[in-house]
Design a protein around this ligand. Sequence first.
Ligand code: FE2
Length: 330
Amino acid sequence: MSNSINYVSVPEQLDFAGDIFPKIVVNDGSVKTVDQAIEFIKANQTELENSLAQSGSLLFRGFPVDSAEKFDAFSASFGYPNFTYQESLSNAVRINFTERVFTANEAPKDVEIYLHHEMAQTPISPSKLFFFCLASSDIGGATPLCRSDKLFAALREKAPKLAQDFADKGLKYKTYMPGENDANSGQGRSWKDTLSVNSKQQAEQKLHELGYTWEWLEDGQLKAITPVLPAVIKLDDGAEIFYNQLIAAYMGWKGVRENPSIAITFGDDSHIPVDGLELVVELSKEFTFDLAWQDGDVAIVDNYRAMHGRRSYSGDRKRQVLVALAAGTK
Ligand SMILES: [Fe+2]
């Protein structure tokens, strides 16, 4: 087995003055088993991690990963602490395959999941995401990946006052957690599951600890408002990251496009201007790579450098993209 890394280029890759996004590592044919893949990762871990930190995303193509169990072993080989779906405050409905591996999002195929940093609308978020394509869809279903540092730098140029407002004021999110799981929604996870509790009293205790305010609605939903969360964070190398869920919330959450303040405001409760949100959406396109999945692909996304989403898809083939999350700091 050869132990050197074989990077390839594809025409759709983004190139920011030599900063390639994402980096793509292809099996040169010498890695034939998942054990050999793990050996390959361990032998090259420092270089792979440097590539990931710089680029924000690393795609492994052609490696012998063809089941949730093998993906579990492949992703575990990096040695990162596990970030479990149970413990998270994720609002998406997902299904666990192994303890660390679960479905990316059970939302219907015609629903687009817009760009976001994973769980940036909650106080607890993972540092890295591993995606694995068990089965690609016939048409569509790419995972868009967006360089959030480039996006925020562009926003600083185009709309400096707005960019500064995001940095200074932070954000608050209002979320509505249903009484029961609703797999037909991108945010359909019930309040009991989201908060890992069994009663209203426990839910209130948990929300209180996290600094949320809340209200119980007549239809059984729980309306929860986050404490002020950052809209922008700074990495050790000085890069500013547009670390939030604004695009996903504005474009995808029900009723938000018509009236953003029902779900998102600045941290001081003031309204975020609609033309500012439109500008962010527009700018993000320039820094987005659509990862068109091939069966067996594994991608790592640095949740502090890159946003991700899910394009809608169609066709008979059941798209199965699985996820494992790593805890840790930026
Ligand atoms: Fe996500």
